[in-house]
Design a protein around this ligand. Structure first.
Ligand code: DAH
Length: 338
């Protein structure tokens, strides 16, 4: 190969080279333009080139040098500046991952709705403890020791001798409110209650109630009825309810509150036990013995009370046929209430 051919070949090699790292670029620099590099040999060959071709040869050697330098710069830039963005591996144009937002539990939705409905009638929310004593859960509510009606509610005792139990109903909160507040009283107390019951589609050992209490002068059963009609109309869009005579030790007279079964349009289903009616709670005129126990003058005041199961109301409202669904926290169930 004459020096021209050598130079042409070198230019081609340089143009075709790929340099993948700083190290490769450095090797390349040493090979071609380093102090003992190939370019030096070409310059040395200049003296053997005939004079009339020296100019062409000189231009070719310059071109080789410039090509080599450009290659090296290009490789350096590609392997320093962009290194970080290469390793992050993110595609900034990809669609975002949606942010998962939780939903309110159906029992909370219905509880809040019940609170809103009764608020419109002037009821205020009160609270009571879930760990109760015998007096507030039973005795003051006209259920003295050995009263047979205590069997209606299978109680979880935390410590029988220390007089600590889990409240079996929110009626216990009635007593606490009457003990510290003078009439007129118009309260509701939503909350959790506990009973030693076998878990099934219709019953659970823990569930929720809303207790209502209205004490004032001249309160009558008609007031109670109107209150419940208003509630049903607001909650279910229909006041198709009935009051069935019943017995509770803390009210006289007493009634059970039934709502027309919206799940089957009262045609009969498992939830209404094929009767067309679903019981959602109890109510009645507060027994004077209860008022006396709580220190309220029965000559001056009377009142009504009611207690409703939030699970029952929710099941009716949304057509849910198994109470256990509320406590399993299955997202597929809960997401339906978003
Ligand atoms: N405490 C009763 C229960 O859990 C429900 C109840 C009935 C509450 C009548 C009341 C009432 O306030 O007047 O079964």
């Amino acid at each position: 190969m004459n020096p021209f051919e050598q130079a042409e070949k070198m230019l081609q090699d340089i143009q075709e080279a790929t340099l993948n790292s700083i190290e490769e670029a450095e090797q390349f620099r040493i090979k071609y333009i380093g102090s003992k590099g190939l370019l030096k040999d070409l310059f040395a060959a200049m003296k053997d080139i005939p004079n009339e071709r020296k100019k062409d040869f000189g231009q070719l050697v310059n071109q080789i040098k410039q090509s080599a330098e450009a290659k090296i710069n290009e490789a350096k830039q590609a392997n320093t500046g962009s290194k970080k963005s290469k390793s992050s591996g993110e595609d900034l144009t990809a669609p975002g991952i949606p942010y998962e937002v939780g939903t309110r539990h159906p029992l909370s939705i219905v509880k809040n709705e019940m609170i809103e409905i009764f608020k419109r009638l002037g009821f205020v929310v009160e609270d009571g403890p879930e760990i109760e004593d015998d007096w507030h859960n039973f005795t003051a509510l006209n259920l003295p020791e050995n009263h047979p009606a205590r069997d209606m509610q299978d109680t979880f005792y935390i410590d029988y001798n220390a007089n600590k139990l889990l409240r079996t109903h929110t009626s216990s909160a009635q007593i606490r409110v009457m003990e510290k507040q003078k009439p007129p009283i118009r309260i509701i107390t939503p909350g959790r209650v506990y009973r030693n019951e076998t878990i099934s589609a219709r019953a659970h050992c823990t569930f929720h109630q809303v207790e209502g209490l209205y004490i004032d002068k001249d309160v009558s059963f008609a007031d109670l009825k109107q209150t419940l009609y208003y509630f049903a109309k607001e909650m279910f869009g229909s006041d198709n309810i009935r009051m069935r005579p019943s017995y509770f030790p803390f009210t006289e007279p007493s009634a059970e509150i039934d709502v027309s079964c919206f799940i089957c349009d009262a045609k009969g289903c498992a939830v209404c036990k094929h009767s067309g009616w679903v019981e959602i709670g109890g109510c009645g005129m507060v027994d004077p013995a209860v008022l006396t126990n709580a220190g309220i003058d029965t000559e001056e005041y009377s009142g009504f009370a009611f207690g409703m199961g939030i699970e029952r109301v929710t099941m009716l409202k949304y057509g849910i046929n198994d109470i256990r669904l509320f406590f399993e926290n299955d997202k597929r169930f809960l997401e339906q209430f978003s």
